[in-house]
Write a new protein. Structure first.
Length: 317
């Protein structure tokens, strides 16, 4: 079922969902299942599975270091299919511009269609680790709006080099990212909202936000989006703080602000166990306020761990 249909069928009830990261290659998928199992009691209608772009590694060869491209977390589509089969839940693979040609993207989407996966998250993706700014792959898309347009072309039966009968066309529900505190590369929040509208105008069906810790910023973001004609569901993304270094890492990586109340409470903590509890309690309060506001879904970034997400969900759902 499409994400938008799940939201429609909920009749105003806020749904629970979460995002997972594929295990690094060589790791057993059972570890992933062990972290999904405790969250299934909250009946998530869908689970997102991230995609990691390629990166360089250095391999010694004849006494010299040879630079090779690799993917440390492969198998997003396979993991989506496995989860869908095991838990009978919809899965949402993340589809990236970075690291993929348009042809590779089409192959991936065709495989999704064959597997009955009809929800995808269309993202530009990050710059590679050695790059300061994002650079599109040769033969790939530069912007997420272009990726959305390609997916919509498939929904109309239009492939890169072929056209199929309408009854055989894809039927993807397309999610995109939104940034309540603006994308780190955007010159202003208003400019970033215009980019979001371009994605929606290209065919995006719903938005999932980057993590935020101040609900006021989410509410203001939703209102500003509506004012410029963005009328698709905007799902808040929530991440509980888990370790003290998150105070430095999250603002640096995601260009977000943390509330002073949260900073002060975390600063008092002597151990990361204490920080984790503060993070859980803050996320519970944040989630309850969003729930009371009637958000369509509360979407949690689990980062592959479920114990703190379960503690939050038990108090909210």
């Amino acid at each position: 079922m499409k994400i938008t249909d799940h939201i429609k069928n909920a009749n105003g009830k806020t749904l629970f969902s979460f995002e997972i990261i594929p295990p690094k290659k060589g790791n057993n998928i059972q570890e992933l299942y062990n972290n999904i199992d405790p969250l299934m009691e909250f009946n998530p209608p869908f689970i997102d599975v991230t995609t990691s772009r390629e990166e360089y590694v250095y391999v010694e060869k004849s006494g010299l270091l040879d630079r090779k491209l690799t993917r440390m977390r492969p198998g997003t589509l396979g993991i989506c299919a496995a989860i869908k089969h095991k838990y009978e839940v919809d899965t949402v693979p993340h589809v990236l511009c970075g690291g993929f040609t348009k042809e590779e993207t089409e192959y991936l989407l065709v495989d999704c269609q064959f597997l009955g996966i009809n929800n995808v998250m269309a993202l530009r993706g990050d710059a590679m680790s050695h790059q300061k700014y994002f650079s599109p792959s040769k033969g790939g898309h530069e912007y997420a709006s272009q990726l959305v347009a390609q997916i919509q072309d498939l929904n109309g039966g239009k492939y890169l080099h072929d056209v199929v009968e309408p009854e055989n066309a894809a039927d993807f529900c397309i999610g995109v990212a939104g940034y309540p505190e603006k994308h780190l590369e955007a010159p202003s929040l208003q400019t970033d909202l215009k980019r979001l509208k371009e994605k929606v105008d290209a065919g995006a069906d719903y938005v999932v936000t980057q993590m935020f810790f101040d609900n006021k910023k989410y509410f203001e973001f939703v209102e500003a989006a509506k004012k410029i004609g963005i009328n698709v569901p905007i799902i808040p993304g929530i991440k509980p703080l888990a370790v003290k270094r998150h105070l430095q890492i999250l603002p640096q990586v995601f260009r977000i602000d943390l509330p002073e109340t949260l900073i002060n409470e975390v600063s008092k903590c002597k151990t990361n166990k204490d920080v984790r509890q503060v993070g859980v309690e803050f996320a519970i309060a944040q989630s309850k306020e969003l729930l009371a506001a009637g958000v369509p879904v509360l979407h949690y970034y689990s980062m592959g761990k479920s114990s703190n997400i379960k503690e939050i969900a038990k108090q909210v759902f």
